[in-house]
Design a protein around this ligand. Structure first.
Ligand SMILES: Cc1ncc(COP(=O)(O)O)c(C=O)c1O
Length: 441
């Protein structure tokens, strides 16, 4: 990273304070120096406008899987922008076709068809709409529209994706949401047979799909037992219900496999992807569907069974070029292998810290959560939990934190570093946690 400071932090802070509406934070409580002015990134490291360096153990927001500063992505985007800066999916654009073909090779099973959008929320919005349309067209005369999702799950901020979301704090202010969404308790405390029971009680001919994150992310990194998703697959097959796996966080190596569903040999009918698809270099998401699902959208023109959705920027050539380059890096460097190895090393390092303040460290690959507790085993209160986070940051490491996912205190920190993380950097994270714990006591 360069030594020069390119922006005046004071001026930027003043502009930000006057005009930016930040997500998930009470503006009245933001101190003048609370938010960093991030100016540069290289590998797993970030630099702020004051010249301080940080290890980004959250990879932006679970998304910069290949790390910052990859020149070949910049070059691919520059070249594409010079050739053709923008054109929609109403005609054929080379980078979109190439990316779809590449993804068809990489995604499991026959997930061969891609609807490109701009974010994870839109990918899920697309999947939910496609599932309802598919239900109607595959089962004429039935009323298949209901979507079963899980509490603690997160699927995005748009109305459909928010309706599938099972986190109280991200929903209650916007209710009533979209009708027809039913939630069940998530693993590991609850098993998949809750889903079967709900399908029975609602009547299978009213249910279109089950949507689930393979590992719940923002809801606290909840890793299911190994038999959970194989059983969910069986249940969906039994009732003719589509399985939508939201791999927005877990996809592209995050959990130690290219896609998390590979841990259990499960192939969904639809998969939603975003974040790691372009490693965050440009916004892009996609809803992938199986050949079988795509069949339901084929017919005569007068049947009007085509998918009735268009996006101005979905499949944007520059975003597809960025994703192609990011996926190339990820595959060439087999970054899911490093995710598995360094993830296991970091998990072990964190689990071996002796302290009364950690209730649990859990995760898979480089997707982890540290749940903090007080002396009595209860969630740590916001003040002490905040002191931990502040001390970790002062030690030069950035974590994510659970927010608006549960009622009451949410003392769960999230780790999702770039998949290029080294063991030495994992040690830096471990040391920062030890420093943070001292600030609690
Ligand atoms: C599992 C999951 N799905 C969907 C989304 C929504 O993605 P986006 O923020 O790109 O709309 C997120 C975002 O964090 C996510 O974690």
């Amino acid at each position: 990273m360069s030594d020069s400071v390119t922006v005046d932090p004071k001026e930027i802070r003043a502009q930000d304070r006057a005009h930016i509406w930040h997500p998930m934070v009470q503006h009245e409580s933001i101190g003048p120096e609370d938010l960093m002015v991030i100016t540069e990134g290289s590998g797993a490291m970030l630099k702020d406008a004051d010249g301080k360096e940080y290890l980004d153990a959250y990879a932006g927001i679970w998304n910069v899987n290949v790390g910052y500063g990859r020149q070949e992505i910049v070059d691919a985007v520059t070249e594409q922008m010079q050739r053709l800066a923008s054109y929609p999916q109403t005609q054929i654009v080379a980078p979109a076709a190439q990316l779809a073909a590449r993804l068809a090779e990489l995604l499991p099973g026959d997930l061969n068809r891609f609807f490109f959008v701009n974010s994870g929320s839109e990918a899920n919005e697309t999947a939910l709409k496609a599932a309802r349309q598919c239900g109607r067209q595959r089962h004429p005369g039935e009323n298949r529209h209901k979507i079963i999702a899980r509490y603690q799950g997160y699927h995005g901020f748009t109305m459909g994706a928010a309706s599938a979301t099972g986190q109280v704090g991200r929903k209650r202010m916007f209710e009533p949401l979209v009708p027809g969404f039913i939630h069940v308790e998530p693993p590991p405390t609850h098993g998949p047979d809750d889903i079967a029971r709900v399908i029975e009680r609602e009547s299978p001919d009213t249910v279109a799909a089950v949507i689930a994150e393979p590992i719940i992310g923002g809801g606290g990194v909840l890793v299911p037992p190994d038999d959970y998703f194989p059983r969910v697959r069986e249940i969906c097959d039994h009732y003719g219900v589509l399985l939508i796996l939201d791999e927005v966080i877990t996809g592209f190596g995050r959990t130690g496999k290219l896609f998390a569903c590979e841990h259990w040999g499960v192939v969904p009918d639809m998969m939603t992807i975003a974040k790691g698809l372009s490693s965050g270099y440009l916004p892009i998401g996609a809803c992938a569907v199986s050949d079988d699902v795509f069949e339901a959208f084929k017919g005569e023109v007068e049947d009007e069974v085509e998918f009735s959705q268009v996006s101005t920027y979905g499949g944007h050539p520059a975003c597809c070029a960025a994703a192609l380059a990011a996926v190339d890096i990820l595959v060439r460097e087999k970054l899911w292998e490093n995710s598995e190895q360094v993830g296991a090393y970091l998990l072990d390092r964190l689990q071996s810290i002796e302290t009364q303040y950690i209730k649990e460290v859990r995760g898979k690959g480089l997707m982890m959560a540290i749940e903090l507790q007080d002396e009595y085993g209860a969630m740590l209160d916001a003040k002490r939990s905040g002191a931990f986070g502040k001390a970790v940051r002062e030690a030069g490491v950035i974590f994510g934190k659970m927010s608006h996912a549960m009622a009451g205190p949410e003392s769960v920190y999230h780790l999702a570093p770039p998949l290029i993380l080294t063991e030495e950097q994992a040690d830096t994270i471990g040391n920062a946690v030890v420093t943070g714990l001292r600030a609690i006591g």
